[in-house]
Design a protein around this ligand. Structure first.
Ligand SMILES: NC(=O)c1ccc[n+]([C@@H]2O[C@H](COP(=O)([O-])OP(=O)(O)OC[C@H]3O[C@@H](n4cnc5c(N)ncnc54)[C@H](OP(=O)(O)O)[C@@H]3O)[C@@H](O)[C@H]2O)c1
Length: 260
């Protein structure tokens, strides 16, 4: 029987790369995102056996409908990849986009993980997409970093809890990746992250697929540069210095500096 997988946020970027790669490996993939037209197009291209669920995972009724499908379908693999960022000084804009991001990046991920692990069997895997920014606070995306720190700590705990069941759980921590993420988060052409540290979705998914094979670590960083950056920033310098350095790189400047 063919293996089955669900990938959330699969209408583009890293999620679509996951869906395509898994389909090539013989998985029957269920793609989830809001954009129904794109999902339809991708499923048609991937061929028979694949399906989609159009859902807004920042809305409880929608993520509960998807969780029901996870429970009923008993997938071999769940990739909780759907996620957004909100750029800007926290107190400057309205709070609702931040709250919606928190529901998508954390609440829906928790409920889908719960549904998956309740019915999971030996050999299954749960991959939660976090970010290198889980470990490096980035002023100007404060809440985003916090959501990804949550996803990382949550997944690491689940990794330990589910080891005895033979179920692999991990957090995937991509660094800057060339997708629509930056633009969707409110970033402009003037603050596109440097090309030198940017990976492609294919490179990120290469590392993720390797991790799903080796099942050796609860925390998966996707490049040597990211590993080096995290090692230097978290082990070699005080945390306060790290936050100040990251703040200096951020396009969002402290209020006092802007008013001066
Ligand atoms: N790109 C980066 O630099 C980077 C770095 C580290 C981590 N990540 C993480 O990687 C994951 C994938 O992001 P990406 O870079 O591939 O970005 P992307 O190209 O913008 O893709 C995001 C995906 O999530 C879906 N999505 C957004 N809001 C949704 C919602 N409310 N409900 C359901 N689906 C929703 C989008 O589809 P619809 O718009 O059709 O819903 C799309 O398929 C995210 O969790 C992100 O935080 C990205």
């Amino acid at each position: 029987m063919a293996k089955t997988a669900m990938v959330t946020g699969a209408s583009g970027g890293i999620g679509l790369e996951f869906a395509e790669r898994l389909a090539k490996q013989g998985y029957q993939v269920t793609l989830v995102a809001r954009g129904e037209a794109k999902l339809k197009e991708h499923v048609a291209r991937l061929g028979a056996g694949h399906r989609f669920i159009a859902a807004d995972l920042s809305v409880a009724a929608d993520w509960k409908r998807v969780a029901e499908d996870v429970r009923a379908s008993k997938y071999d693999l769940l990739v909780n990849n759907a996620g957004v960022g909100v750029y800007g000084a926290f107190a400057d804009g309205p709070v609702e986009p931040t709250m919606a991001m928190m529901r998508l990046n954390m609440d829906s991920l928790v409920e889908l993980s719960h549904a998956f692990l309740q019915v999971a069997k030996k050999g299954d895997a749960l991959l939660n997409v976090a970010s290198t920014l889980a470990l490096l606070s980035f002023p100007g995306a404060a809440t985003y970093c916090a959501t990804k720190a949550f996803v990382t700590a949550f997944s690491e705990g689940l990794w330990f809890e589910n080891k005895p069941r033979g179920i692999y759980v991990a957090a995937l921590l991509p660094g800057v990746t060339k997708t629509n993420f930056h633009e969707a988060a409110g970033g402009g052409a003037e603050n596109v992250p440097p090309e030198g540290i940017t990976q492609t979705s294919a490179q990120v998914v290469d590392v993720a697929m390797g991790a799903l094979e080796s099942r050796s670590s609860p925390t998966v960083l996707t490049s040597f540069t990211n590993k080096a950056m995290v090692f230097f920033s978290t082990r070699m310098i005080p945390r306060k210095t790290m936050v100040n350095i990251m703040g200096g790189q951020s396009p969002v400047k402290p209020q006092a500096q802007l008013k001066a």
